[in-house]
Design a protein around this ligand. Structure first.
Ligand SMILES: Cc1cc2nc3c(=O)[nH]c(=O)nc-3n(C[C@H](O)[C@H](O)[C@H](O)COP(=O)(O)OP(=O)(O)OC[C@H]3O[C@@H](n4cnc5c(N)ncnc54)[C@H](O)[C@@H]3O)c2cc1C
Length: 531
């Protein structure tokens, strides 16, 4: 199998690259995906994330190592394993991040990655259904729609936040992120708009694009210091897929560093420990792991929430009917309805925490929603300082790597999360949400509002990932950088990495839109460099 470009991973970034490169009929492109086709119906029904997460048909089902910052708890880390990657199982929330995030990337030495450089790529990617603004795009493959589902308790929480003194925003994806508002979603006509639906499906008939599914990439084929293709396990056989121009790893923040390390590109001592010949000693591979950790206060309430509605057989039937005939209602709901990006200290330049307001509650997605009516006011720190790492478990490509998230390892991270929880509680003390709340289920009244140590302990015992691992093949010029600003792997020819792993610092918000932007950006660079 010989191609010009071989892309590994049909996720948020990989689907974009496959589309853009194959738009030129002269480019012969292969897209290799370990998961299957996205035929499972729950992928396309927005609320289907409850069925796809933790399901080996669509999820890698990674698990972290016990984390000291979480008092030794290990977390499930879902990652999409299907066409569309994590964009096929995610919560559909569309957030670009703060302009300052990208200016900071540029400031770190990454020319071409400032807000002015990347904003046109966000615009090119999207078809925004909402109010027209200079920063927003129309006509792009990725459909972004406004929130269409309302629940009294979420509306009330957002109004209470404004009553508490936080300003309203109609569009946190424009020039200024700060404010309280409704989430925007990657959805089209009530169906999930994954990267596969947006970028891949419309171009599958191109004769110069070959999509190989159920094909696990084991290692790179390296010859004379250059990537010449990949070795895959497909249909029970080991095969070679060769690239005459370039190989692009878009296997995500877990998959990309794992493939590099299995190929002998990574921290030399670690590789030797597993009997892997060191081809390029790159100590930064698998390091710089960042994620958003969410604390999840839950409030019992007298308003109707999804918890209670799904236990009423008539309401459940009504939801199914509404979705089947109108593609609307709770089945067309993103993982959260309300959000807010605010500063824990007014003197800060930009927001440092984000809310996810959900009209339901659960101890964990696997255990199903609580039996009482309640809502969740989740809060997270946008730019954590704590950094984890990813290490090989063995030299067997089928083994999951070991994931050490290292949450809440710095004082700033602990203080910010505690402040965020206190702000959440404060907002819940304002009307109109106050009069809907019957009880704080969690943290609960036993944890006093002034007792920071007890709040932190509760956060360590209950917080969980909001599924944004990134940074494990960071872009930059320092010794720990894995790729340069054109996403070429340092010290290896004809090889790039393009996905959430290249983020030098995590963006201030959910990471799907930035991963898609990274796919757009690398496509331009690949085409420029190919002349
Ligand atoms: C449950 C969940 C909810 C989320 N919710 C949101 C949200 O609401 N909003 C948001 O913005 N972000 C959300 N995210 C995060 C966001 O979806 C990801 O950051 C983004 O999709 C990452 O894109 P990527 O291209 O880096 O990787 P991915 O989209 O994960 O793509 C990587 C692809 O590579 C494939 N792959 C990996 N290893 C191999 C291999 N060895 N061989 C072949 N193929 C391989 C994978 O199967 C996958 O298809 C969520 C993520 C999850 C998992």
């Amino acid at each position: 199998m010989k191609f010009d470009f071989v892309i590994v991973g049909a996720g948020s970034a990989g689907c974009v690259i496959a589309n853009r490169l194959s738009a030129n009929p002269a480019n012969k492109v292969a897209l290799i995906e370990a998961g299957g086709r996205d035929r499972y119906p729950w992928i396309h029904i927005p609320v289907g994330y409850f069925k796809t997460m933790g399901n080996p048909r669509t999820d890698w089902c990674y698990k972290t190592e016990p984390d000291p910052g979480l008092n030794g708890r290990a977390l499930n880390w879902p990652r999409g394993k299907v066409l569309g990657g994590s964009s096929s199982i995610n919560g559909l929330l569309y957030v670009r991040g703060q302009p300052q995030d990208f200016d900071h990337w540029r400031q770190l030495g990454n020319d071409g990655w400032g807000w002015d450089d990347v904003m046109p790529l966000f615009r090119r990617a999207e078809n925004w259904e909402g109010r027209s603004l200079p920063e927003r795009g129309t006509g792009g493959p990725l459909n972004v729609s406004e929130n269409k589902v309302n629940r009294q308790v979420v509306d009330a929480w957002l109004q209470a936040a404004v009553a508490a003194g936080y300003r309203w925003t109609d569009d946190y994806n424009a020039e200024d992120q700060e404010g309280i508002g409704y989430f925007q979603m990657t959805m089209k006509n009530g169906r999930r708009c994954s990267a596969a639906a947006a970028y891949l499906k419309p171009v599958l008939s191109r004769p110069n694009l070959t999509v190989i599914v159920n094909a696990h990439t084991e290692t790179l084929l390296l010859e004379d210091g250059e990537a010449k293709g990949v070795r895959i396990r497909h249909e029970g056989m080991v095969k070679e897929v060769r690239a005459s121009r370039e190989v692009v790893l878009s296997a995500g923040a877990i998959g990309s560093p794992q493939i590099l390390m299995l190929s002998g590109i990574g921290p030399g001592d670690d590789l030797r420990e597993h009997g892997i010949e060191v081809r390029t000693n790159l100590p930064g591979v698998g390091q710089n792991l960042q994620d958003h950790l969410q604390a999840r206060p839950v409030y019992k309430c007298r308003a109707s929430t999804i918890n209670s509605e799904i236990r009423n057989v008539f309401k459940l039937a009504g939801m199914a009917f509404e979705y089947a005939f109108h593609r609307s209602g709770p089945m067309a709901m993103a993982a959260s309805l309300g959000t807010g990006f605010i500063k824990t200290e007014p003197t800060m330049e930009t927001p440092d925490i984000q809310f996810h307001i959900q009209p339901f509650s659960a101890d964990s997605p696997a255990e199903g929603s609580h039996r009482f009516s309640a809502f969740t006011a989740s809060v997270l720190q946008l730019r954590p300082e704590s950094k984890g790492e990813l290490k090989l478990r063995s030299s067997n490509p089928m083994d999951h790597p070991r994931i050490f998230p290292n949450y809440l390892a710095t004082k700033t991270d602990c203080d910010t999360l505690v402040n965020g929880i206190k702000i959440t509680r404060r907002i819940c003390g304002y009307d109109p949400v106050r009069s809907l709340i019957t009880d704080e289920f969690s943290p609960g009244q036993a944890i006093n509002g002034d007792n920071d140590a007890a709040i932190l302990e509760w956060a360590r015992n209950t917080s969980t990932t909001i599924y944004h691992p990134s940074g494990t093949c960071k872009m930059g010029k320092d010794p720990m950088a894995v790729v340069d600003p054109r996403l070429r792997v340092h010290g290896v020819g004809r090889l790039r990495v393009a996905d959430a792993s290249i983020m030098p610092t995590i963006t201030s918000g959910n990471t799907n839109a930035p991963a898609i932007m990274i796919g757009e950006k690398v496509s331009d660079m690949l085409m420029e460099d190919a002349g």
